[in-house]
Design a protein. Structure first.
Lengths: 336, 436
């Protein structure tokens, strides 16, 4: 179903972090951006669609005007809003937002770090664009910071702090950004496997809380009102977002899942784990009959590699890319 | 990231180090170093293992480790491990210490990577502690220290969730990232690929506890009743989880990761092909904090007996290759100018410190401190090749103060000189700790 393409070499290897690959397709310029986190650096590659041009850039997590403070980065993700696209980088020190090509930093938000180190780690993790003008970022304390992003410029402000989770946020996902109207448009996941379903707005509304079973949910997606969650046990569960009803349960992987992605136009689901496997599934969500079906389509094994990032490169799922711990390349696959 | 890595780092690296020391001290060693006095007696070997274990599991050292803090660079860690290795009558030359560090870090990297679940990292650590207990079983005092330390570790880590332990594991994986030193023992047992130095990850075998064997899709109706089951090809051959392991003070741990793989093998040389990425040589913005940590850790390990070094056995554990031998001999020829300073402090606890500063061939300054006669464990001078000189002892003598100022000034000039071509091997800190 898929075959391997030529890999993209990156300047450093990927670190073992959840969801460690972000992809942004820029159709007008026939380019795709990829970002991969390595310790305290984000490696950005811009790849032309004809496969002939690659350019690289490295971004570090640091406060503006402070020369020597770099910290370990937890995640880098592109946020696509109707008016603009930003690259958000979260670390132990704070949250940075850049223009999508990584050229200019437009915003910095420092996390509250205690004077003396505490046993509880401090970091930000979990990034998603929501609706027309919000970017949500999770924090190790369980809070979710909601940033209001104007259509241009750097006048980004912290609009709200959602305090519902008690454990560190692992991932946040949304659907229906822009035009579509949805009942629920945001889902957040934490280290205890708990899921919160929200409706965005001037004040975010908590619609539902789906309890976890003490097992970290490392990656989560929202599609057609269905939450797709990947867990440390290697299981994938599909819930109806607003009611919390369990639609399906898949014993998908033999190790901790690190990344999930959905191609929204085709309903293809990608899952990747420490067991070296990437799997492609097909989801059918029928909102009239309220039923969900999961079918397995394809496996790819990346030998001797614990996979940490997997993303579709386009909305149909025609191609996907994969990163692995200690691997200095982005492996690509395309449909045959 | 995680602020709880240090205890596990030291238990595992320290444990691996003890395995290797135990193995190497058993066999007769043919070495170019003529001062190694031939075969080690059983008594001497036991003494080394006891002394190192007592230092590693000493209550004040464990106190320092258990404080929440970030994991620092390879350089700091290597310095502390060198100090640990020298806690007894044995001395290792820098080349041997390098090899020892490579072996231990690759072993622990393998164990951390292959842990089926993050919680199994604790089982791996406890395997190390169990083996160390066996090494010191004839010394009740040391054995007691190990037990105490083990209890404290259990207390701290058993309350951590799987998610927090995964963060800890991820922090360790960042630390070990890009290390692909080929270890002959691993290559032989097919644990490591000779081509790329990556560890072999099997896609078969038992799944971890709490995980189901992959292959099943279950669909439910709105009332929670299962309406369909279907299977898919898992792409590997997995089986149900094996028996569990004990997270308590004693008991079978249920995994071979972290057990002594050297015991069954004859001493092997590491095939140390140059690692593809240097470990932590880039200028480190956290240097000052790291050096403070280093000071606290060294201090908590207790004073090194300077006199003991006289009767110390120096050994070369691993035959240095030609390249390193050249570097080793050239090091002797480096120093050609010595400035001696006596810094005195009016105080109740210590009388005098002798600092000798040597200007090396590369015009870098090497600072050595000898503590005479009452060493204060938490105060000593550190020279960091690329950073400001941090002097912890205070000099009341005006003459001394001006000398130190002059040296500091000279040193900032020396910074611009060419890098020491010996790289890691000529490390100032290691030279100091080697008590040469």
């Amino acid at each position: 179903m898929y075959h391997k393409e030529k890999s993209i070499q990156i300047k450093n290897s990927a670190s073992a972090l959840y969801n460690n690959l972000s992809v942004l397709r820029i159709a007008p310029r026939r380019l795709t951006y990829f970002t991969v986190v390595h310790a305290n650096v984000v490696n950005m590659v811009s790849a032309s669609w004809d496969g002939l041009n690659y350019s690289h850039r490295q971004l570090q997590s640091k406060e503006p005007n402070v020369a020597t403070s770099t910290s370990l980065i937890m995640q880098a993700a592109f946020c696509v809003l109707p008016s603009r696209e930003l690259l958000v980088i979260t670390s132990q020190k704070g949250i940075q937002m850049y223009e999508s090509d990584g050229s200019i930093m437009v915003y910095w938000h420092a996390l509250d770090t205690p004077e003396t180190p505490s046993a509880q780690a401090v970091f930000a993790r979990g990034i998603s664009a929501v609706w027309e003008n919000y970017i949500c970022v999770g924090v190790s304390s369980g809070s979710i910071l909601v940033f209001d992003v104007p259509s241009k410029g750097s006048n980004i402000t912290l609009s709200e702090v959602l305090e519902e989770h008690k454990e560190s946020i692992t991932d946040i996902a949304s659907e229906c950004s822009g035009s579509q109207q949805c009942i629920a448009d945001l889902v957040s996941a934490d280290d205890g496997g708990n899921l919160c379903v929200w409706k965005s707005g001037e004040e975010f509304q908590l619609l539902n809380k789906i309890p976890g079973f003490d097992m970290s949910c490392s990656s989560v997606k929202l599609w057609k009102g269905t939450v797709v969650a990947g867990y440390g046990t290697g299981q994938i569960r599909l819930y109806e977002a607003v009611t919390g009803i369990l639609h399906a349960e898949v014993n998908a992987h033999a190790r901790w899942i690190y990344s999930l992605d959905i191609a929204p136009f085709s309903g293809l689901l990608l899952s990747a784990a420490e067991d070296s496997l990437v799997r492609v599934w097909h989801l059918t969500v029928s909102q009239e009959t309220n039923s969900v079906e999961v079918a397995h389509l394809h496996n790819e094994c990346v030998t001797d590699t614990q996979i940490c990032g997997a993303r579709f490169c386009d909305g149909d799922g025609y191609a996907f890319a994969v990163t692995g711990y200690d691997l200095s390349e982005i492996i690509r696959y395309t449909q045959t | 990231m995680s602020a709880r890595t240090l205890p596990l780092v030291f238990v595992n690296l320290g444990g691996e180090m003890l395995y290797i020391l135990d193995q190497r001290l058993r066999a007769p060693i043919a070495s170019e170093d003529t001062s190694d006095k031939g075969v080690w007696s059983e008594r001497d070997r036991r003494r080394v293992l006891n002394d190192v274990t007592a230092t590693l599991f000493g209550p004040s050292f464990v106190d320092e480790l258990l404080k929440p803090q970030q994991l620092y660079s390879h350089r700091t860690l290597k310095t502390v491990l060198t100090r640990l290795a020298h806690a007894s009558i044995m001395r290792l030359n820098p080349a041997s210490m390098d090899r020892l560090y490579e072996l231990t870090t690759m072993a622990v990297k393998h164990q951390v990577l292959l842990c089926p679940r993050p919680k199994d990292l604790l089982l791996v650590s406890y395997n190390h502690i169990d083996a160390v207990r066996d090494f010191v079983r004839d010394s009740p005092a040391v054995l007691n220290q190990v037990d105490q330390a083990h209890r404290r570790i259990i207390e701290v880590y058993s309350s951590m969730s799987e998610g927090e332990l995964q963060l800890l594991r991820q922090t360790l994986l960042v630390f070990f990232q890009d290390m692909h030193v080929r270890v002959s023992l691993f290559l032989k047992s097919k644990i490591q690929n000779p081509g790329n130095g990556r560890f072999a990850l099997p896609t078969s075998g038992p799944v971890p506890h709490g995980t189901e064997v992959p292959g099943l899709i279950r669909t439910f109706d709105r009332r929670g009743r299962e309406v369909r089951r279907s299977e898919f090809p898992p792409g590997g051959s997995y089986s149900r989880p094996a028996g569990g392991g004990s997270f308590g003070l004693h008991g079978a741990r249920g995994t071979l990761l972290g057990t002594n793989t050297y015991a069954a093998n004859r001493p092997e040389e590491t095939l140390a092909s140059r690692a593809s990425a240097q470990t932590g040589d880039a200028p480190n913005p956290l240097a000052k904090e790291e050096l403070n940590l280093l000071a606290r850790l060294m201090g908590s390990m207790g004073a090194q007996d300077g006199a003991g070094a006289e009767g110390a056995f120096r050994i070369s554990m691993f035959s240095p290759d030609d390249e390193e031998q050249e570097a080793g001999t050239s090091k002797e020829a480096e120093a050609f100018e010595v400035i001696s300073i006596q810094a005195t402090q009016v105080g109740c606890r210590w009388s005098s410190h002798l600092l000798s500063i040597t200007r090396t061939k590369q015009n870098a300054l090497m600072l050595k401190a000898a503590f005479v006669p009452q060493p204060v464990p938490s105060l000593f001078c550190i020279l960091h090749r690329q950073r400001d000189m941090l002097v912890f002892c205070s000099a009341q003598d005006e003459h001394v103060a001006s000398e130190l100022a002059q040296i500091a000034g000279q040193f900032s000039g020396a910074e611009e000189q060419a890098e020491n071509p010996c790289g890691n091997k000529g490390d100032d800190l290691l030279a100091m700790m080697d008590d040469l």
